[in-house]
Ligand binder design. Structure first.
Ligand SMILES: [Mn+2]
Length: 372
């Protein structure tokens, strides 16, 4: 286990108290993965009830061996094979009559029958069910344990090596897709996982103006600008980094925009400190880009948390979700960008950990302006 499950249990029950519930239920597959290591695809596949003493992991017969092994390894986890036809009635058998159970409807909002059936089963049992909007497990996931940090560091070492590997492949005539495929194969081999964090972005020339372009059939050319955004997965934890490089000398405008983004990225890294909010750190990067006159062309958040999900809390953004206060051992990205439609774009991203000394990047790759 990469997390200290006893500590996690303590933190969750403390937050439950603040929300006036003594039990908590979650069907969010990412929470299930975080708490137990069980990887499932849908909120229908597994379910966790956090009681005042245990984590009860419910799943169906397909996962029997797997969840029993998880429970054998972890004294705080019990496994229950549930009846797929009446699963919430099975869950409620573990909640005493009159108790209150919070459920995270919001984290699985697309799964409508969950909320409905959960409420019905609670009612039948005489249990008070409260829809908790705060995402309690998500809040606990933000702060990483040493075991998680160790795995994250390994994932970032692999993405650093992957960047070093990919640079010599960026040659006029090769397609973005062929570069992405080689990069992905390298990361898979080095990480020992078939998964990668997300569809690798190799966005060249005008494609770089689209923040979420993936990799297509466009062939790289002389004097191209190329944005590379990629990450690997090690033991369920993800890396995420972005660099923007040039084949041949950049134009004056490209160089100016690259430097602006670099300055914004570095300023936000230096500003990030415990006690500030995601809003504050976002504002530092955004101000520099606005002052350069390109404020309208920075159309996404400055950063996001990274862990078992590529995008998780805390969020470094101007919106309400960026109000979260930064704490020690949170891991998040700082990745401002400027995108000129039809022309080109620049994004530079490091993921780092919040420490008492400030933001310490987990990406060690070169940050100089790179001309190939
Ligand atoms: Mn990112």
């Amino acid at each position: 286990m990469k997390i200290d499950l006893r500590q996690v249990h303590k933190r969750i029950t403390r937050l439950c108290q603040q929300h006036n519930v003594t039990y908590l239920a979650t069907a969010n597959p990412n929470h299930v993965l975080y708490l137990t290591g069980l990887s499932v695809h849908s909120p229908m596949d597994a379910f966790i009830l956090i009681t005042p003493s245990w984590f009860i992991l419910f799943s169906d017969d397909r996962y029997r061996g797997t969840i029993d092994a998880i429970a054998d390894r972890n004294p705080l986890i019990k496994s229950v094979v549930w009846n797929r036809l009446d699963l919430y009635t099975d869950v409620m058998k573990h909640v005493p009559q009159g108790a209150s159970v919070g459920f995270e409807g919001a984290s699985v909002h697309s799964f409508y029958s969950y909320v409905l059936n959960f409420r019905k089963a609670a009612q039948a049992r005489g249990v008070i069910a409260r829809n908790i909007k705060a995402d309690i497990v998500g809040a606990v996931r933000m702060v990483k344990f040493p075991g998680e940090m160790a795995v994250l560091k390994r994932a970032f070492q692999v993405s650093d090596r992957a960047y070093e590997y990919v640079l010599p492949l960026l040659k006029p005539g090769v397609t973005e897709l062929s570069v992405a495929q080689k990069l992905n194969a390298f990361m898979r081999e080095q990480s020992g996982s078939d998964e990668i964090s997300f569809a690798t972005i190799i966005a060249s020339g005008p494609h770089s103006a689209t923040p979420h372009a993936t990799a297509g059939q466009r062939k790289l050319r002389k004097r191209d600008i190329i944005t590379l955004d990629f990450g690997c997965v090690i033991e369920n934890y993800r890396s995420d980094m972005t660099r923007t490089v040039f084949i041949g000398k950049p134009t004056a405008l490209q160089q100016n925009i690259w430097e602006t983004v670099f300055n914004a990225q570095q300023a936000a890294e230096h500003a990030a400190s415990i006690g500030l909010t995601g809003n504050d750190v976002d504002a530092v990067a955004r101000q520099i880009i606005e002052d350069s006159g390109y404020g309208d062309f920075f159309n996404h958040s400055t950063g996001h948390g990274v862990g078992v999900e590529t995008h998780e809390r805390p969020y470094i953004t101007p919106s309400k979700v960026g109000k979260n206060v930064l704490e020690e051992n949170q891991v998040f990205t700082i990745e401002p960008g400027i995108y000129l439609p039809g022309q080109f774009g620049v994004r530079i991203e490091n993921t780092g950990v919040m420490t008492k000394r400030g933001f310490v990047s987990l990406c060690k790759s070169d940050m100089e302006l790179t001309v190939l």
